[in-house]
Design a protein around this ligand. Sequence first.
Ligand SMILES: *Cc1c(COP(=O)(O)O)cnc(C)c1O
Length: 386
Amino acid sequence: MDAAMIEGRHESGIYAKRGLTLVAGSGARVMDEEGRTYLDCIGGHGVASVGHANPDVVAAIQEQANRLITCPGSFHNDVRARYIERLLGRFPRSFRRVFLCNSGTEAVEGALKIARYHTGRTGFVAAKRGFHGRTFGALSVTWNHRQGFEPLVPGVRHVPFGDPAALEAAIDHDTAALILEVVQGEGGVHVAPAGYLARAEAICRERGALLVIDEVQTGFARIGEWFAFQRDGIEPDLVCLAKAMGGGVPMGAVVMTEALGALRPGVHGSTFGGNPLACAAASAVLDYLEKEQMPETVRRRGAKLFEHLRAIDAPVIRDVRGLGLMVGIELRTRVTPFLKALQDRGILALAAGPTVLRLLPPLVISESELDEVVAGISAVLKGAGV
Ligand SMILES: *Cc1c(COP(=O)(O)O)cnc(C)c1O
């Protein structure tokens, strides 16, 4: 069987392929069909935080698969209940309710609907360069990728990221919610400037709009905090989660504050959301992150990685930025040829826009593996003309 040939002919065509067929993984490495291994700094776009084939997650999935894989939301379930309790345990006490779904875009859809439901308002404010997903609601608050798909959800305003004055001007008494990332991922790895999110929170409170923080990429210790909003000391009304949540099993969530109260039965739903298989995997992920004291571990590994990356003396590098193990290296030229060169050296990295080289390695990546990554990046970038 030739996977490349079959997928090339019969998949939808929406993905630019990397010319590699991956068949296995372990920890921070993946393996292609010829048995060659790669250090995986794509990590399934930040999904594989606890590493590929994490034994704790594998065991949890196997055990739960033998007991009960699916269970509708209209029935209680032991594994789901335990997970909800554990997840809320990682949040400030004001967070009391959870909607479980299966992806990041679904979490954002849920948050937008819940914001309209609670406020009775229709408008949304979002940031330029922000990314929130590909379905119509999430796409409407996303900055790129919208062209050709209008008409979208009406009433969305986009403001420059990091500019409190623009929020003052855009958030009004028809704004249901402001949605922001703490670190814009797809948009180029831009960290919210100090004080920006606190101002955003204050403006939302003052005008009666809800604050939605999209932690689909930054959540679960990626930036060296359990959740990135905690770094800024803010308390959003809704937090969107997905990517690393299920250890590779599709899963997403909206976590809500107690002040919002419960939703009425029937106003939203999901067939697969909160299925026991995903909840079992996600519980194993939380256990593992706790056991490894992952937020602190990520801060330590990330600090070293940034130090080494910033020491690379290559004129093609314009900027190195990010938090924890979420890294963007902005280049003075297009990034694609460098991704290819790294891949040829056994390192998988991804882009964030046309000129930013992004790293989202599994959080379990070792210091010596990170040294390999830095050496590869250094070799590839040092040779580059500007
Ligand atoms: C990836 C991502 C999404 C969309 O998640 P999907 O699971 O691909 O739908 C939404 N928001 C952010 C910040 C993301 O990084």
